[in-house]
Each structure stands twice: as structure tokens, then as C-alpha cells.
Design a binder for this molecule. Structure first.
Ligand code: CDP
Ligand code: CDP
Length: 217
């Protein structure tokens, strides 16, 4: 089979990274988590007390973000340090959309993402993959679910990680991030004209993976 390039976009908590990883495993493809790259930049920005646009631009000038995918696991490093777990905190989630809205940040990350996808046999997920990063992708999927369902999924996930966050708080945070991502000027979150819409509300992970594999076939 051809070494496909698969683009998956959608809002927070739609299940993109979960299903993309499982589909990548079945296909023997590489999974590229672009959200992790923006989170890595946000994590470095947070190492200083104040988050300002100047600080973000200073960080992006010399940051070295690397993504390594092996045996079903993504490792993210910033200047050689493994930050795979550190980038998943609520603190990073709270500032990542602001960081990702700045042009120089996107230019540097998109350039890296295109290089990673060059050889094909990749599944890449994010917000602007089908519309901007890989407009010639073989398969384009826009994954979504109701805000209630997405908040519930994130709540369960955070609880398992030891965070006790109210469902309403998570719902508000997710809605705010979706709004920021959809309304930003550069490469906003939007379904590509040629993407297949997949609403995962009420679908199990396995069902979603099966549909993605079907589309690839
Ligand atoms: O996993 P979750 O849905 O919480 O988000 P993520 O995929 O880790 O992405 C974190 C943030 O990075 C998003 O809310 C966007 O602000 C930004 N992002 C982006 O701007 N473009 C992408 N291709 C991927 C993520
Ligand atoms: O990457 P994105 O933010 O789109 O979502 P995720 O990080 O994969 O998180 C989705 C959460 O919902 C995970 O805890 C999954 O186990 C769960 N879930 C799912 O992804 N898909 C379903 N159909 C049902 C549940």
C-alpha cells in the first residue's frame, strides 16, 4: 500500500491523539502529535514568571523542540530535556493557545512538521494540518464531539492522573481554548473543505479507529 499522509484535525478532547496513535500502530505508521510541539514551547515560556508576547518570541528564537515516536510512545524534548509529562499540566493548557497564535511560533513548528511528514506513512494530528501544514494529505479527517462529551473525557483523564478539577471548570477551559484556536488570525481551527467530518459523540475508541482505517483503505 502507498505510504499515506493522514491529517486529523479537531477541537480539544475530540480523541485525536488517542485514535491517531492506535490507527498508526495498526498501519505501522509514525504518529506526529503537533499539539505536543506547541505545548513544549508553552512549557519553556512558563519557566519564567511572566508570560508576555516578548518572552514567547524570545523563547521561539532559540528553542530546540524534538519529537520522537517509537513503540507507540511519543517523547518530547526541549533543548534535550524530556518534557513529555510536564507539557500535559493544566498550567500549560492555560497558556498554550496564546503561544500558538503567534506567527513566528507557527512558522517554526510548521516547518518542522512538514519535514517530519516528508517520507509519508504518517498520521499527524492538530488544528491546521489539513488546511495548512499538509494541504495535499491523502486522507483528511475532522474529528469532533459535543463539548459535554469532550469535557467528560478530559475530566476522567485528569482524574486518573490525580487532578481533581470540576467538570464545569474543564468545560469552560476547553470552550475558551476552542474559541481562541478557531478565532485566531493565523491558521485557525477550521474543517478543510475536503475533510471527512467524524463526530465521535457516543462512539467507542475502537469504533473511531475502525472508521479511520476504513477511510485509509
Ligand atoms: O490534546 P489537546 O486537545 O488538549 O490539545 P493539543 O492537541 O495538545 O494542542 C494544544 C494547543 O496547541 C491547542 O489548543 C492549540 O492552541 C495549539 N495547536 C495549534 O495551534 N496547532 C496545531 N496544529 C496543534 C495544536
Ligand atoms: O487529542 P485530543 O485532545 O483530541 O483528545 P485525546 O487527548 O485523545 O483525549 C480524549 C480522551 O477521550 C481520552 O482519554 C480517550 O481515552 C477518550 N475517548 C476518546 O478519545 N474517544 C472516544 N471515542 C471515547 C473516549
Amino acid at each position: 500500500m502507498k505510504r499515506l499522509v493522514v491529517a486529523i484535525d479537531g477541537p480539544a478532547g475530540a480523541g485525536k491523539s488517542t485514535v491517531a496513535q492506535l490507527a498508526a500502530k495498526k498501519l505501522g505508521y509514525t504518529y506526529i502529535d503537533t499539539g505536543a510541539m506547541y505545548r513544549a514551547v508553552a512549557w519553556k515560556v512558563l519557566q519564567q514568571q511572566e508570560v508576555t508576547d516578548e518572552r514567547i518570541l524570545e523563547v521561539i528564537r532559540d528553542i530546540d523542540v524534538d519529537l520522537h515516536y517509537a513503540e507507540g510512545r511519543t517523547t518530547v524534548t526541549v533543548d534535550g530535556e524530556d518534557v513529555s509529562a510536564a507539557i500535559r499540566t493544566p498550567e500549560v493548557s492555560a497558556v498554550v493557545s496564546r503561544v500558538a497564535a503567534l506567527g513566528p511560533v507557527r512558522t517554526k513548528m510548521v516547518d518542522l512538521q512538514r519535514k517530519m511528514a516528508k517520507r509519508g506513512a504518517v498520521l499527524m494530528d492538530g488544528r491546521d494540518i489539513a488546511t495548512n501544514v499538509l494541504p495535499h494529505a491523502d486522507v483528511k479527517i475532522f474529528l469532533t464531539a459535543s463539548i459535554e462529551e469532550r469535557a467528560r473525557r478530559r475530566w476522567k483523564e485528569m482524574k486518573e492522573k490525580g487532578y481533581d478539577i470540576a467538570l464545569e471548570t474543564l468545560k469552560k477551559d476547553i470552550a475558551a481554548r476552542d474559541k481562541a484556536d478557531s478565532e485566531r488570525e493565523i491558521s485557525p481551527l477550521v474543517q478543510a473543505d475536503d475533510a471527512v467530518l467524524l463526530d465521535t459523540t457516543g462512539l467507542s475508541i475502537d469504533e473511531v479507529v475502525a472508521r479511520i482505517l476504513n477511510l485509509c483503505q
